[in-house]
Design a protein around this ligand. Structure first.
Ligand code: IPE
Ligand code: MG
Length: 215
């Protein structure tokens, strides 16, 4: 979800305002994705490297995470959406951690849809974390044992979409992206619309996935 800052600056507003509007689009866009047949979506809210930004911006974004969970909690339950925050959450204040854990616990029984938020998430972190957990339980790590402990478990993204104009992965799901399709949009995240999502899905549907085979 790149482009919040530039979007706000183009309107003469603060970066914070951009994050606020950007955050308010997440659930709405998730619902559009589910209406189009997508069962699982992960929104990259904050990378490991974004955590090197100034304290005010980091704390503002963590508060947005908290308020958006509070705002949508009953809708998550009513629509049977399993909610999860992935990433290294050790730096979050207890109050926010409790809200995340509560939402995760109350929705873990659902399997209809999955809404994940990646916060202080990095592909490097994910792989190292999985490797550490795997060696605790297995003498030798192989593909299956490592995958089991990744934050996404064995579910890999079919499609990765980045807004904001840059064509890079910025440490997002490095392991899981092995055979993902990619779409890069110039549009800034707060401007994303239902129509953009429909175009993204149409493009995806028109791509032949080969997974290394000849088809
Ligand atoms: C994306 O917006 C949200 C986060 C990384 C937290 P940016 O904050 O990266 O916005 P730009 O790239 O400066 O426009
Ligand atoms: Mg950016």
């Amino acid at each position: 979800m790149d482009g919040n800052g530039r979007w706000a600056e183009s309107l003469g507003q603060s970066r914070q305002y951009g994050h606020q509007v950007g955050s308010s689009r997440v659930y709405e866009i998730f619902k559009v994705c589910t209406e189009l047949g997508c069962k699982t979506a992960t929104f990259f809210a904050m990378s490991s490297e974004n955590m090197n930004r100034n304290e005010t911006e980091i704390s503002f974004i963590s508060q947005l995470l908290k308020s958006s969970i509070n705002e949508h909690f009953s809708d998550l339950v009513n629509n049977k959406i399993k909610f999860k925050v992935i990433g290294d959450l050790s730096s979050l204040p207890n109050k926010i951690l409790e809200i995340i854990q509560h939402a995760e616990n109350e929705t873990k029984k659902f399997s209809r849809y999955n809404l994940n938020i990646a916060y202080n998430y990095g592909g490097h972190w994910d792989i190292i974390n999985a490797a550490n957990l795997a060696v605790l339980n297995h003498k030798q790590i192989n593909y299956e044992t490592l995958c089991k402990y990744l934050s996404t478990s064995v579910n890999y993204p079919d499609l990765i979409v980045r807004t904001g104009g840059y064509k890079r992965l910025s440490n997002f799901m490095l392991w899981q992206a092995a055979y993902s399709e990619f779409q890069f949009l110039d549009i800034l995240w707060p401007d994303i619309s239902k129509n953009d999502i429909e175009c993204i899905f149409d493009n995806y549907e028109n791509t032949q996935r080969k997974f290394g085979l000849v088809k």
